[in-house]
Design a protein around this ligand. Structure first.
Ligand SMILES: NC(=O)c1ccc[n+]([C@@H]2O[C@H](COP(=O)([O-])OP(=O)(O)OC[C@H]3O[C@@H](n4cnc5c(N)ncnc54)[C@H](O)[C@@H]3O)[C@@H](O)[C@H]2O)c1
Length: 338
């Protein structure tokens, strides 16, 4: 009895050591790849002639994305619920010599997304780059926020990602070619307190599971990019007070800088970008934060899953961090995915 117990213990420890060794080899390899990539800048792909759909095209970041994609020669389909702002963006893009079609769509309504997608397919063709950029914020405390506003934030910032992807992914899969960009937010990484953060947390999760699914199905021609900017000076958070010490340390981002950095990540087929880089710390730290994870498990399962202290759990946690680091493109590329 005692002998069997000891054998089990030794075997468990050996598996743990092998797990750790494999992970160290993996990390070392990834670091070497990253060093090489630092000196050899990633080649940016050409999107000349691709059909790119951008939601929220009438907004500040949306308009800048449209103009950057137009400069790269992509033909554009612009969606927004604000017809006038959308048309203004289209006019600016047409001046750059690309074909542009506009659609007035309310992204908070699933059927309106599916109907507009049908029209795009019939009138313009198959979309090969999808930029899910539209977003809203209620910005009130939970108990002070009307239900309709909370619901709208979740519908536009999170649910719409599912309907948009379901509408356009089948044609991408048929050609094994495409790119789905999710404009989330750094606020979706480190707090889940209000409507906006919760919806962007959902957007981050959506991107991660979509990327996972595409890899599992070997659809390696369909790329995904998650964009997580810190607060950008667009007016979206104009009423929001940032603590003075933090504002001095990380000032709000310039819209053009944010979009240009995002474009580099998209054209370089990077899976994820945090802007500024300091936000990667938050992204990676999420997995070391026991309380955060346990809270999530509690919310997801209605039950606390007490795995802390389990050595296998610790390696699992480390492995998750390695995957996140790779996703962030800090340690280079790898096909491995948990
Ligand atoms: N501004 C920031 O600080 C910041 C930071 C990180 C991430 N982001 C994200 O970047 C994206 C763009 O933000 P922005 O600052 O340019 O905002 P913005 O308000 O200037 O633009 C948002 C656009 O989305 C459109 N939109 C809103 N609801 C819609 C709906 N139901 N149907 C169709 N279109 C709708 C609006 O009409 C607007 O044109 C958003 O997803 C936002 O969450 C913004």
């Amino acid at each position: 009895m005692w002998g069997r117990y000891c054998r089990k213990k030794v075997l468990g420890t050996m598996i743990l050591i092998v797990d750790l060794l494999l992970m160290i080899i993996d990390v070392t390899y990834s670091i070497l790849c990253a060093v090489v990539r630092t000196f050899l800048h990633p080649r940016l792909k050409s999107i000349d002639g691709e059909l790119c759909l951008i939601t929220g095209a009438g907004g500040v970041l949306g308009r800048l994305f449209v103009l950057e994609f137009a400069k790269e020669g992509a033909h554009l389909v612009l969606w927004d619920c604000d017809t006038a702002a959308n048309e203004r963006t289209a006019q600016l893009a047409r001046e750059l010599g690309v074909e542009v079609r506009t659609y007035t769509v309310d992204l908070s309504k699933r059927q309106s997304i599916y109907d507009a997608a049908e029209r795009v397919r019939a009138e313009v063709g198959d979309v090969s780059i999808l930029v899910n950029n539209a977003g809203v914020v209620a910005g009130r405390r939970l108990l002070e926020c009307p239900d309709e506003l909370l619901e709208r934030t979740l519908l536009v910032n999170c649910h719409a990602l599912f309907w948009m992807t379901k509408a356009f992914l089948p044609q991408m899969k048929a050609r094994n070619h495409g790119h789905i960009v999710t404009i989330a937010s750094a606020l979706g990484l480190f707090t889940t307190a209000c409507d906006y953060c919760a919806s962007k947390f959902g957007a981050v999760g959506f991107h991660e599971s979509l990327a996972h699914e595409l890899r599992a199905e070997n659809h390696d021609g369909i790329k995904t990019t998650l964009v997580c900017p810190y607060i950008v000076d667009t007016g979206m958070f104009s009423g929001c007070e940032i603590r003075k010490e933090i504002r001095n340390l990380i000032p709000p981002l310039e819209p053009l800088y944010t979009v240009q950095q995002s474009m580099k990540a998209i054209l370089g087929e990077q899976e994820m970008i945090c802007i500024p880089r300091i936000m990667y710390i938050v992204f990676i730290a999420r997995d070391f934060c026991e309380d955060g994870e346990e809270c999530f498990l509690e919310a997801a399962d209605g039950d606390r899953v007490g795995l802390a202290g389990d050595p296998h759990r610790q390696t699992q946690r480390l492995e998750q961090v390695v995957v996140k680091v790779r996703l962030a493109g800090i340690l280079g590329e790898s096909k491995t995915f948990i």
